[in-house]
Design a protein. Structure first.
Lengths: 221, 511
């Protein structure tokens, strides 16, 4: 496996690295420490949020960052590893329950990226407090669910699965269009086609599908 | 977590005793120009540890003063250890002047803890050394119990915290921490133990957390639940048998370096070190030494020398070599492995990262329990849920993990979400009847609709299966027969489904 950054953690002042396939949708060279990123959205927009979280985690982890996943007992560690994450630099707090803000606050100083699914919708006060802690601790928060005042929102709007037929084959990959919307510096809407994941589990850039390709599988959500 | 009872034998003022100064004679040993130990008679005149020798001599001009000789302390103490080891095996030398052993078995054998305590004390006193003997649940409490009340006391089971509470912070032997705590108005171990563990770890770091566990009567560090599979002991042979102690000690130093390198590579250290010396006449002499990752290779070699020197003491110097017939082999074995925070820092490259993460993990463990924060370790297995085990931070990961071929493993890419408790699913065919699989893996009808738990029905747009899995068929109690399917629904989500005993469940979601 090729090395993409310092092996032993990030140097302060750096951005948290993002895997190449997602760079077109992320403003700047990576995720800026202190950012809150919202993954997915309500209803059909939640599609692919899990993989997007894993992709962020894998990109950061591969670049030498420490990551934590809070309140995500179902997190696919194998899938994250296939995307390039280093499980040795991953901490899991599966069941924080209602104490998730305390757990996030405790880990904000220690790791570079936190993936969290809040147990309940955070109040504006709690969200502001954690965002302030994240800025001070130079940590990126990636949140599944609603978060007031997120800097960037990542979701997929079109996905198609490949490899599966009617009773034969096996899943080989998903071509997805990733949409990023932001505020301030991240304002313009950006999109990119990626394999999320591809055949070997990695995330790589994809060509936009031809208009008539696999019409039976394409889903516009 | 009281694993047992510990008995500690403590010989007061050992550095002075080792220099042959009687307790009734005012005397002191010095390290540089500071008093490092003194006799009871000198103490009565106002001599204290850590005093400057000039001040001590002003208070007690007739005092006998010697330079400290660590080697002599270790050598002479071997005599005490040998006498105690004659009563019970597994004696562990904490340092010169103090040794310990697990008391539970010995107490049963000798008719109770008090009988054992008196027996051990008498044994040491018969050698001509004053001693205190204490018994408690933990080593730390037992050490203080041995020093208590002229001769030592027994702390009842479960009473460690209560026994420790009135002691001043100075007994923790962490002057900076004690100083800080005093300024916070905390004077005793009981006050310190009453602080929430998470806050202590957050404010005072890993070492503060360790001190806090000591003060609360818990083990200073949780023991690793599993031992590494690899044998980390190191051994060297002497052919012809080594007749000179120096030869053995030289080999011991090299062996210790080898041992430490091996431990470092595994990222662990050990609480105790077992040193075994084999002699030409077939006798084996074994000693346990407290290690805690703090002994250098040189210090290990020194302990081997003490161990050998004890033999010389009992024999005429002239025929000493003939008596033990020479050493034929020497083995060092690490005992009770624990994760080594120090060497992990080196591994991870950045000192601050480890410290920060340990601290955060300590706080979360104090908040939610030891198993709340884990690190994933990939292992073998077929299903996506079987390939990962979660190891609590601070515990050792299991040793080698079987990475054999796993026929029937679900091909990559792996599902992004693997529910820990797979939710039930309903799979129906075009006619609305439940889809089933026969014993010969024939499908009743192609799946047309899928509902997860109580969710809405979704149309199945593509599917594959069944992939039969027959696990542990040789063990009727654990045998499982399953059939796996991959299914894509019209909302664009893909699922890994399993059918077992007529019930469908969602093993993974390709979210």
């Amino acid at each position: 496996m090729e090395a993409r950054g310092p092996v032993g953690g990030l140097t302060s002042g750096d951005v948290v690295p993002v895997m190449p396939a997602l760079r077109p949708v992320v403003p700047g060279r990576g995720l800026r420490p202190g950012w809150v990123i919202r993954l997915g959205g309500p209803g059909a927009a939640a599609l692919g949020a899990g993989s997007l979280g894993l992709a962020l985690l894998a990109g950061a982890s591969r670049g030498g960052a420490w990551c934590a996943a809070i309140g995500l007992p179902e997190l696919g560690v194998v899938a994250a590893t296939e995307m390039g994450a280093e499980p040795a630099r991953l901490l899991l707090v599966d069941e924080p329950g209602r104490r998730w803000p305390d757990v996030v606050a405790a880990l904000i100083d220690a790791v570079d990226l936190i993936l969290v699914r809040p147990a309940e919708r955070p109040s504006a006060t709690a969200a502001r407090r954690l965002a302030a802690l994240a800025r001070r601790g130079r940590c990126v928060l990636a949140v599944h669910g609603v978060w007031p005042g997120a800097q960037l929102s990542l979701r997929t709007d079109t996905v198609e699965w490949h490899g599966l037929g009617d009773g034969h084959g096996h899943l080989q990959g998903r071509r997805a269009r990733v949409v990023a919307e932001g505020r301030g510096a991240a304002a313009p809407r950006r999109t990119a086609w990626v394999w999320l994941p591809g055949l070997d589990g990695t995330v790589s850039p994809a060509d936009a599908p031809a208009a008539d390709a696999h019409p039976s599988l394409e889903v516009v959500a | 977590m009281s694993a047992g009872r510990a008995l500690v034998v403590w010989c007061p003022d050992w550095p002075v005793t080792a220099m042959g100064i009687d307790a009734a004679t005012p005397g002191a040993v010095v390290d540089g120009d500071l008093v490092s130990a003194c006799t009871a008679a000198a103490r009565a005149k106002g001599v204290r540890r850590g005093q400057r020798i000039r001040d001590a001599q002003r208070r007690c001009p007739e005092m006998v003063v010697r330079d400290r000789d660590g080697d002599a302390e270790g050598r002479l103490f071997e005599e005490v250890v040998a006498a105690v080891a004659a009563l019970t095996p597994r004696v562990e030398v904490v340092r010169a002047g103090m040794c310990a052993f697990p008391a539970a078995g010995a107490a049963r054998f000798y008719g109770g803890e008090e009988a054992l305590r008196v027996l051990v004390q008498d044994t040491v006193v018969e050698l001509g050394h004053d001693s205190g003997v204490g018994i408690a649940d933990g080593l730390f409490a037992a050490e203080l119990a041995a020093r208590a009340d002229g001769g030592g006391v027994i702390v009842p089971p479960g009473g460690d915290a209560e026994f420790l509470a009135p002691y001043p912070l100075a007994v923790l032997d962490r002057p900076e921490l004690a100083d800080l705590l005093r300024r916070l108005g905390i004077w005793t171990l009981g006050d310190f133990a009453a602080l929430p563990a998470g806050d202590v770890a957050g404010r005072f770091g890993a070492d503060g957390g360790r001190a806090h566990r000591l003060a609360s009567g818990a083990a200073p560090r949780p023991l690793a639940p599993s031992t590494p599979d690899t044998d980390l002991s190191v051994q060297t042979e002497f052919d012809p048998p080594a007749a000179q102690a120096d030869q053995v000690i030289f080999a011991a130093k090299r062996l210790a370096e080898q041992l430490h390198a091996g431990l470092r590579a595994e990222g662990i250290t050990c609480v105790r070190l077992a040193v075994e010396v084999g002699f030409a006449d077939g006798r084996v002499q074994e000693r346990l030494w407290r290690h805690e990752g703090a002994l250098s290779a040189l210090a290990v070699a020194e302990r081997v020398r003490w161990q050998l020197a004890a033999l010389d003491l009992t024999r005429q110097p002239a025929d000493a070599e003939a008596a033990w017939g020479g050493v034929t082999w020497l083995r060092l074995t690490p005992d009770q492995p624990i994760p080594d925070e120090g060497s992990q820092q080196a591994l991870w490259g950045q000192v601050t990262v480890t410290d920060r993460i340990t601290r955060a993990a300590d706080r979360i463990q104090a908040m939610l329990g030891h198993h709340a924060i884990t690190r994933p370790v990939l292992t073998g297995g077929r299903g996506p849920g079987e390939q990962v085990i979660r190891v609590p931070v601070g515990d050792l990961p299991p040793g080698s993990t079987a990475d054999g071929p796993w026929p029937g493993r679900v091909p990559a890419p792996a599902p992004a979400a693997v529910p820990s408790k797979p939710p039930a699913a309903t799979v129906t065919d075009a006619g609305g009847a439940a889809v089933s699989v026969s014993a010969r893996c024939a499908l009743s009808a192609p799946p047309a609709q899928l509902a997860v738990a109580d969710g809405p029905r979704r149309r199945v747009t593509a599917w594959t299966g069944p992939w039969p899995v027959s696990e542990r068929w040789w063990d009727p109690a654990q045998a499982r027969r399953r059939a796996r399917f991959q299914v894509v629904t019209d909302e664009g989500r893909a699922y890994l489904l399993a059918l077992e005993g007529g019930r469908w469940c969602v093993e993974g979601v390709y979210d």
